[in-house]
Write a protein that binds this ligand. Structure first.
Ligand code: ZN
Length: 156
């Protein structure tokens, strides 16, 4: 298992995320299950059939009951509202937000800019520095910061 990320108490069971949209459901479940497959792929040759069933049962339990703990790298859940994210903000090592509404409940625009540019949003000096950047400087700082970013997730 990968290191568990911060889990919002609002994250539900996987079945609670299913919708009337067949394509959405398909893509959501396929992305989650691909994490389960990938996790076991490396060990397949040394596994007995029983090992394999046990691993899949455990994985399926996680996906159904605690989906956010069984995380595929392309599957994150919003730390604020709990929805599975097709796009959104990844901030540091455990905060994910599905959009401006949810991230805005935790950070002001200038704090968010400072985080995305790779500086310390709790430092007045850093806030002022990022604020003073030209648009090019800011965009370059954002692009070279791999800790926090806005991204589209690639659901299968
Ligand atoms: Zn959200």
């Amino acid at each position: 298992m990968k290191k568990p990320l911060f889990i919002s108490p609002k994250v539900k069971r996987a079945v609670d995320y299913l919708t009337d949209d067949k394509n959405y459901n398909h893509s959501f479940l396929k992305t989650m299950f691909s994490g389960l497959l990938e996790e076991n792929r490396a060990r397949l040759e040394s596994m007995t059939t029983e090992d394999l069933f046990r691993a899949f049962e455990d994985g399926i339990d996680y996906i159904l009951e605690k989906p956010a703990e069984y995380i595929h790298w392309e599957m994150r859940f919003c730390s604020e509202c709990g929805v599975p994210m097709k796009e959104g903000y990844v901030l540091g090592d455990g905060e994910n937000y599905c959009g401006d509404g949810c991230v805005g409940k935790h950070y002001s625009d200038s704090e968010l800019d400072t985080i995305l540019a790779g500086y310390d949003h709790t430092s007045d000096r850093d806030l002022a520095y990022v604020e003073s950047m030209s648009e090019d400087e800011f965009n370059e700082a954002v692009q070279s910061n791999s800790d926090s970013y806005f991204t589209d997730f690639e659901w299968l």
